[in-house]
Design a binder for this molecule. Structure first.
Ligand SMILES: Cc1cc2nc3c(=O)[nH]c(=O)nc-3n(C[C@H](O)[C@H](O)[C@H](O)COP(=O)(O)OP(=O)(O)OC[C@H]3O[C@@H](n4cnc5c(N)ncnc54)[C@H](O)[C@@H]3O)c2cc1C
Length: 504
């Protein structure tokens, strides 16, 4: 697949569609978009940036891109880890969706309708002021500039993910501009005038093709997303442990009893002491565990953020959690002490969007989140293997884990803190990524937010049947393959030299 460069003539056409102020080829401005993709290790500089105001403009830009065979990459907050940046050369047109930032809230049908530019921080603020009984499912730890829709497209994890599942599960309907410029509506929105009340619509429902596509199947211009009730009796409790099992097994006991106390543990997340250490500059803090032990940080711990309608209900929940830990201690003869959290720690966790994940860049400037899903009870094995590989490659063993949908799945996330100026560091990271990816795929674990150069080709090499169908779908929707090419290893040759499963 050969793509053409964005010529002056193409830029003129883009200006005619979006206006002079909303199209740029300025090099510093194009670089500023790279800076927002803070974790994009191998992204390419876009050639032009456009900022459409509505779906009609999006469609017209896509028609121009098809005529010129220029790649188009959609970006919202640009905080998904560089994945909102072009994967291949030439970089083509980056479509910045942030001008489209309208939001409607339908309390009766319990959905919010968002355009792609609605930021998590703004959604939270508007709900807090105008709809305090409801909460928008924003990503729990992402910066306020990350968007509600970006997280759904990513199938990310929200502040209520422990109960409601991945963010994409909250979708009720999508408005999409397909790569050839055609409009398409999913769910009950397929029927003009209908409310977005029924996700499966006139059926069959293809919305899954767009969620997890990382912007390679169509540009979503509007989404209806479930909003959730927001009870105000809240707290966070934490329990420590020595091993991963000590934090994972009791959390499973608590979460698996759906419709019980598990319904009030909206966010269940844990990690190890390195999570504390790597939030400070490396040369400013001790790296020996003994120091953290003295200040009351357990080697590993699990946090439970609980939401309840009354104090009584909250107390009942906390008592239930405590009992599970007592039973675990009796059964295993292990120690899982309740951690004494400072009110400031509780307040900072309850603050939304919380900013807890942002300071990892302080350790050594570079940081990378890598995210995998696995069955909950298999997560200790994954975390042990990940930590060993991190130590082996000279990275601190910074590890985070959260329950998705009542501990049906674990989202396991190592945070690679690295010195971005170290020579050869990006090759080292790729080696680490490749080694762990090969091993994890054999164990049946799945990466989410795949790196196009490592996870996508390695995964699709093992899932040939799936990949072949994916390419067929993509060719139907996007015959010229202009939308975010490379992101799902389509076209294959643009990101890897491995044998192409489609041609085998
Ligand atoms: C410090 C930090 C903490 C984080 N914490 C969390 C967290 O708690 N939970 C979580 O789930 N994630 C987290 N993330 C990851 C990420 O920020 C979120 O998933 C975020 O919501 C992505 O939204 P965005 O607006 O930045 O999307 P973008 O990065 O702009 O886009 C996401 C993907 O969707 C595509 N895309 C964007 N807009 C469209 C569109 N309109 N149509 C089609 N495709 C499109 C892009 O090309 C990209 O592939 C975190 C990231 C950071 C840096």
């Amino acid at each position: 697949m050969e793509y053409n460069k964005v010529t002056d003539e193409v830029v003129k056409k883009l200006v005619a569609i979006c206006g002079e102020d909303n199209v740029t080829t300025s090099e510093p401005l194009r670089h500023s978009y790279m800076a927002r993709g803070i974790m994009g290790l191998e992204a390419v500089l876009p050639e032009a940036v456009v900022r459409p105001a509505n779906a009609e403009e999006v469609a017209k830009v896509l028609v121009v891109a098809n005529e010129n065979l220029s790649p188009v990459t959609p970006a919202a907050g640009g905080l998904s880890g560089g994945f909102a940046l072009p994967a291949i050369e030439p970089g083509g047109i980056l479509m910045d969706m942030t001008r489209m930032d309208k939001m409607e809230v339908d309390v009766e049908n319990r959905v919010m309708i968002v355009e792609p530019g609605v930021k998590s921080g703004d959604a939270w603020r508007i709900f807090k002021t105008n709809y305090p009984e409801w909460a928008p499912p924003i990503p729990d730890g992402a910066p306020p500039a990350a968007t509600v829709l970006g997280d759904a497209i990513e199938r990310g994890f929200s502040l209520v993910t422990g109960v409601y599942g991945p963010q994409a599960d909250m979708i009720m309907g999508l408005e999409i501009v397909l790569p050839n410029g055609e409009m398409f509506h999913t769910g009950s929105w397929a029927l003009p005038g209908a409310k977005p009340f029924y996700r499966w619509g006139v059926g069959p429902n293809p919305d899954g093709l767009f969620l997890g596509s990382q912007g390679s199947m169509g540009i979503i211009t509007k989404a209806a997303i479930k909003m959730v009730p927001h009870p105000h009796f809240k707290t966070v409790v934490a329990y420590g442990g020595e091993t991963w099992d000590d934090i994972i097994v009791p959390a499973w006991e608590i979460s698996k009893h759906e419709m019980g106390i598990g319904e009030r543990t909206v966010m269940v997340q844990g990690g190890n002491y390195e999570l504390v250490m790597t939030r400070w500059p490396k040369e400013k803090v001790p790296i020996d565990y003994e120091f953290y032990k003295k200040i009351g940080v357990d080697k590993k711990w699990m946090n439970y953020e609980c939401w309840a309608w009354t104090q009584e209900e909250l107390d009942f929940t906390l008592k239930g959690i405590d009992q599970v830990y007592k039973d675990y201690e009796t059964k295993t003869q292990r120690l899982t002490p309740k951690q004494e959290l400072h009110p400031k720690q509780v307040a900072s966790r309850l603050k939304k969007p919380n900013k807890i994940a942002i300071p990892y860049a302080l350790w050594q400037a570079g940081f990378l989140f890598i995210t995998w899903y696995c069955p909950w009870l298999e997560s200790p094995k994954m975390m042990e293997e990940y930590c060993a590989a991190m130590a082996n490659h000279g990275f601190p063993e910074t590890m985070w884990v959260a329950s998705i949908d009542h501990a049906r799945q674990a989202i396991v996330m190592p945070i690679l803190c690295f010195d971005s100026t170290e020579e050869g560091i990006y090759d080292k990271i790729r080696e680490f990524n490749l080694e762990t990816t090969k091993s994890f795929l054999k164990k049946g674990w799945i990466n989410y937010r795949p790196d196009p150069f490592v996870h996508a080709p390695e995964t699709f090499t093992k899932t040939k049947e799936y990949y072949k169908m994916l390419v067929k779908f993509r060719k139907v929707l996007d015959p010229n393959l202009i939308l975010h090419p490379g992101r799902l290893a389509i076209p294959w040759g643009s990101v890897t030299n491995l044998p192409n499963p489609y041609e085998e």
